[in-house]
Ligand binder design. Structure first.
Ligand code: ADP
Ligand code: MG
Length: 229
């Protein structure tokens, strides 16, 4: 499934005036491709992901997921799109403290209306895919930071999405664990032919990306080669 943002502009109200978070941004990601987004804090990277995730509607421009312009979808269709087509991974895993790894995935599977039996088998398989075989029944406090982020990624993959949106997934991790998480994101992008957008500060891993773009004051430009480590 492909992802395409075309001429997207987004403003937030800011007192008497407004902040332009995205200024005429266009980005295209084909199935199986990973686009890395770098840029300073406050430049609009998370806003870009929020628009791509259809969580925020832009002031102008279009967002297409799998060739479909999301502006034309009803509220119910948008909910289904988010649940079944778009996987999102935030910086902090946001896991539920009382639930095991497999149960974290079952919460969203339940929202998808899948049967508990089928969901449980699928969730166990997805956890194995992200390297958490044998860890299914651990709660967040029994997992390392890297493992918690893997559960977060597994949860994003559980619905078998076509688009994966990842926001600074390594910010809370040490170098080696961060590197493994980026490797995992590249691997699942290729294996499941996802259109992935990865916001990251880890410029040393950008060689694995198909495109590297830089946000500055809401504008997107090809990153200078120096940023590609
Ligand atoms: P980044 O992820 O690159 O740090 P953001 O997308 O979070 O950038 O923010 C881009 C700009 O939009 C910043 O100026 C930020 O202060 C502003 N902004 C982000 N979210 C909101 C919001 N909900 N309301 C108002 N302004 C916001
Ligand atoms: Mg951000």
């Amino acid at each position: 499934m492909s992802l395409a943002l075309t001429d997207v502009t987004l403003t937030y109200p800011d007192g008497e005036t407004s902040v332009t978070a995205l200024d005429d941004v266009s980005l295209r990601v084909a199935p199986g491709e990973l686009a890395a987004v770098v840029g300073p804090s406050g430049s609009g990277k998370s806003s870009l992901l929020a628009v791509a995730a259809t969580l925020i509607r832009p002031a102008s421009g279009t967002v297409q997921v799998g060739g479909v312009d999301v502006a034309g979808l009803s509220a119910a269709e948008l909910t289904r799109l988010r649940l079944n087509r778009i996987g999102v991974v935030f910086q902090q895993p946001n896991l539920i403290g009382s639930l095991t790894a497999v149960e974290q995935l079952l919460v969203t599977e339940h929202m998808r209306g899948r049967s508990p039996r089928a969901s449980r088998a699928a969730a166990a398989k997805t956890l194995a895919t992200v390297g958490l075989d044998g860890r299914q029944h651990r709660r967040p406090h029994q997992l390392s930071g890297g493992e918690r982020q893997r559960v977060n990624i597994a949860r994003a993959l559980a619905g078998d999405p076509g688009v994966l949106l990842v926001d600074e997934p390594t910010a809370a991790l040490d170098h080696d664990r961060g590197a493994q998480i980026i490797e995992l994101i590249v691997e699942v992008t290729r294996t499941f032919r996802l259109a992935t957008v990865l916001v990251t500060h880890d410029t040393e891993f950008l060689g694995a990306a198909d495109a590297v773009v830089e946000m500055r004051d809401g504008r997107l430009a090809p990153a200078p080669t120096a940023a590609r480590g």
